[in-house]
Write a protein that binds this ligand. Structure first.
Ligand code: ZN
Length: 261
C-alpha cells in the first residue's frame, strides 16, 4: 500500500497536531494510533492540501494475513498474493443491479429489482501465490468489471475458500499504485522472492525463451526453487505475459539475442 506520508510529503507530527485540533473527540489521546493517523492523513490531504486520495491508496483490508497454504475451506481470511496467469473466465446473464442470474429466455424480471435489462457478468479465475504456495483465486463479477486484469499485481484480499478449492475474493486492495500505473511488482514482490532465484530464472529464460509451461514447472521443481513460479514469471516482466495463452508463455524481449547458444 502507498505510504501517504511519503507520497504527499507529510510530516507525521504536523498531521497529529492538526488532527487533535480538528478532531478532538477521536484524536484526544497523547499518542494517535497508526490506523487513526493514517485516516487523519487522508482527511488532511483532502482538507488542507485539497486533493482526493486515490481509492487504491487506501487500505481497506486490515487484520492478519493467512499464508495461502494455511487457508481452510469455509473460513473467512485475508491473504496477500501475487497474481499470476488468468486461467478461466465464466460469463452468465444476470441482473445489472444485484448480479442474480436471470433466465436467458423470456422477460427479465429480477426477483429483487423487478424488470431489468440483463447484463453479461464475468467470474475471473487466476493462479496466485505467496511464499507458502499457490492458490486459485476467483474474482466475482462486481470486482471483475472494476479490475479487468490483475495479472502481475500483488493484492491483499479478503475472502473464503469454497469447496471447489477456489479462494473467492470478496474485497481486494491492490498493494501498489493505481490500476493504470506501471507494475509495482519489482518493489512490492520482494517479500515473496529470493533474488538469486529470480536471477537464475531470468538467465534461464534468456537461454530458453520459448519454454512451455509444463517444462517450466519441471524446471521449477527440479531446481528446488522456493520462490513460486507465478512470482518468478511476474518478476521477469509480467506485463509481457498478459496476452500469454494457457499453453505457452511469451517471454520478455531482451536486448541480447535470445537465440540458444
Ligand atoms: Zn436484481
Amino acid at each position: 500500500m502507498v505510504d501517504l506520508f511519503k507520497k504527499y510529503n507529510l510530516n507525521k507530527d504536523e498531521v497529529a497536531v492538526w488532527a487533535k485540533k480538528n478532531y478532538p473527540n477521536v484524536a484526544s489521546e497523547e499518542t494517535i494510533s497508526p490506523a487513526l493517523l493514517n485516516l487523519m492523513a487522508q482527511l488532511y490531504i483532502r482538507e488542507v492540501i485539497g486533493e482526493l486520495v486515490e481509492p487504491t491508496d487506501i487500505e481497506t483490508i486490515t487484520g492478519p494475513v493467512t499464508p495461502a497454504s494455511d487457508v481452510k475451506e469455509g473460513e473467512w481470511v485475508n491473504i496477500q498474493v501475487a497474481i499470476g496467469r488468468k486461467i478461466r473466465e465464466t460469463t452468465y446473464m444476470g441482473c445489472p443491479l444485484c448480479y442474480r442470474s436471470l433466465p436467458k429466455e423470456g422477460p427479465s424480471t429480477c426477483q429483487v429489482d423487478g424488470p431489468v435489462e440483463p447484463k453479461a457478468h464475468t467470474w475471473t479465475r487466476y493462479i496466485a501465490a505467496d511464499n507458502s504456495g499457490e492458490i486459485m483465486v476467483s474474482l466475482p463479477p462486481r470486482l471483475s468489471s472494476e479490475h479487468k486484469d490483475l495479472m502481475g499485481r500483488v493484492v491483499k484480499a479478503r475472502g473464503v475458500l469454497n469447496d471447489q478449492g477456489e479462494f473467492n475474493m470478496q474485497s481486494i486492495n491492490i498493494m501498489g499504485a493505481g490500476t493504470g500505473e506501471p507494475l509495482p511488482l519489482k518493489e512490492k514482490a520482494k517479500e515473496f522472492v529470493d533474488e538469486a532465484e529470480v536471477q537464475l530464472f531470468t538467465n534461464m529464460l534468456k537461454t530458453f525463451p520459448s519454454m512451455s509451461e509444463e517444462d517450466l514447472n519441471k524446471w521449477h521443481s527440479f531446481q528446488k526453487i522456493k520462490t513460486p513460479l507465478s512470482v518468478l514469471l511476474a518478476r521477469s516482466g509480467a506485463e509481457e505475459f498478459e496476452e500469454a495463452n494457457q499453453k505457452r508463455f511469451r517471454f520478455p524481449r531482451t536486448e541480447q539475442p535470445s537465440d540458444q547458444n
